[in-house]
Design a protein around this ligand. Structure first.
Ligand SMILES: [Zn+2]
Length: 406
């Protein structure tokens, strides 16, 4: 363990002891497992072990060796010798979330990987989760049993979503329902509900861990700011405010406060140029699938926010413009159809344009009453993807369009 890690943790423990916190479980030792079998801790571990086992066969894990190795390496880079106690799983779930169970099972959602704009930001979230783990927060929380039950429910429904997905239920309609990424973003920290003090402690330690690992500490307030901006852009949020339910300002007034605290903590720390290359390399093969899953949530505001932010950073323009077009076509507000067509056309200017963009573009031209352009786009689609599942259907469309055209 790094010296700083140790001193940060010992400091935190000393403070808690001084405050006379009876529930403080202290800092976990490396390789720690519950000794007595009849304790709350043992039952929590047992349930988590069961969860982990079902997760392995759930079909919900992304079994991409490069992606898994990258996240695991990052965990080890900030976690030092605790690394050996932690098993990292990448969950195919577009919600912004990460979760760390007391038995060492760490779940990292694809939705977090989609949203982290640098390795530093991702590392901060991992460091935050790791702090809960090392500080034994799950056990300290008085409602440890409730925590276990909630986690069981969430991991359980994650697994059942896997079953649902294979039987044709749209992905993204998981435990968080229609609000998807945003709902779980609000429950950041995942299945375990921690007190505000423990969340603040995890944030603080998370910053120390990434700084110690030579990563950029200012990534901590940044990922929260980005999330807050996404929430503001979200259709769920707009709907909530229109319905006079106050939206996130009512349900989660603490986000800005966390940003302020993290900004204060990192203000005097040197900013390090954020690293993006390795994260981008492992995310790239999944980017289209993840955006498709995000778009399927029908939170247009949130999706456009994520797409536009990526467009600003550069790279993947074919995939991103095409995704933008899809969101606009689905939203269908005034001017959206024209804007969608323009976005598809923009996507075709780049080498990474997905083949199905031409099918979407054909559809857009057809709706715009341009059969010749539609037929050309559909033809290109079949040239690029001759074995497409809807190839027959598209062939027939082309025939019909040629008829209209002559
Ligand atoms: Zn937390």
């Amino acid at each position: 363990m790094s010296r700083l890690f140790r001193s940060v943790l010992i400091g935190a423990t000393a403070l808690a002891t001084l405050a006379g916190c009876a529930t403080d479980q202290g800092v976990r030792t490396v390789g720690q497992r519950p000794e007595a079998l009849d304790t709350t801790e043992a039952s929590l571990w047992y349930q988590m072990d069961q969860m982990e086992e079902s997760l392995l066969t759930s079909g919900r894990l992304l079994e991409d060796p490069a992606l898994n190795a990258f996240v695991t390496d990052l965990v080890c880079r900030i976690g030092g010798e605790y690394c050996a106690d932690i098993r990292v799983y990448v969950l195919d779930s577009i919600d912004f979330n990460a979760m760390m169970a007391p038995n060492g099972m760490m779940l990292v959602n694809s939705g977090l990987l989609l949203r982290a704009s640098s390795e530093d930001e991702l590392a901060f979230v991992l460091g935050h989760e790791m702090a809960h783990f090392v500080e034994n927060h799950a056990l300290e929380q008085r409602n440890a049993n409730r925590n276990a039950a909630v986690t069981a429910a969430i991991v359980g429904s994650v697994i059942s979503v896997g079953v649902a997905a294979s039987t044709g239920v749209a992905p993204g309609q998981g435990y968080s329902g229609t609000s998807g990424s945003i709902a779980t973003a609000l429950a950041y920290g995942g299945a375990f509900s921690y007190s505000r003090e423990r969340e603040a402690e995890a944030d603080r330690i998370g910053v120390e861990l990434i700084a110690e690992a030579g990563l950029d500490p200012t990534a901590a307030p940044r990922i929260w700011t980005n999330l807050l901006d996404e929430l503001k852009a979200s259709d769920d949020e707009r709907r909530a405010r229109r319905a006079d339910r106050g939206g996130m300002y009512r349900t989660h007034p603490l986000i800005q406060q966390r940003i302020d605290t993290l900004s204060e903590q990192t203000a005097s720390m040197a900013m390090i140029e954020p690293r993006t290359a390795e994260l981008d390399a492992v995310v790239s093969p999944h980017l289209k699938d993840w955006l498709d899953a995000q778009i399927a949530l029908r939170d247009y505001g949130s999706s456009l926010f994520l797409i536009d932010r990526r467009l600003e950073t550069g790279g993947h323009e074919g995939i991103l413009h095409a995704a933008r077009g899809r969101v606009l076509a689905m939203r269908g507000e005034e001017g959206d159809r024209e804007a969608a067509l323009a976005a598809y056309q923009a996507a075709t200017q780049y080498d990474d344009v997905p083949a199905d963009t031409y099918r979407l573009m054909g559809e857009a031209y057809r709706q715009a009453g341009e059969p010749a352009a539609a037929a050309t786009a559909f033809t290109t689609y079949l040239e690029l993807d001759p074995n497409a599942r809807d190839a027959r259907l598209v062939e027939r469309l082309i025939e019909t369009l040629s008829g209209e055209n002559s």
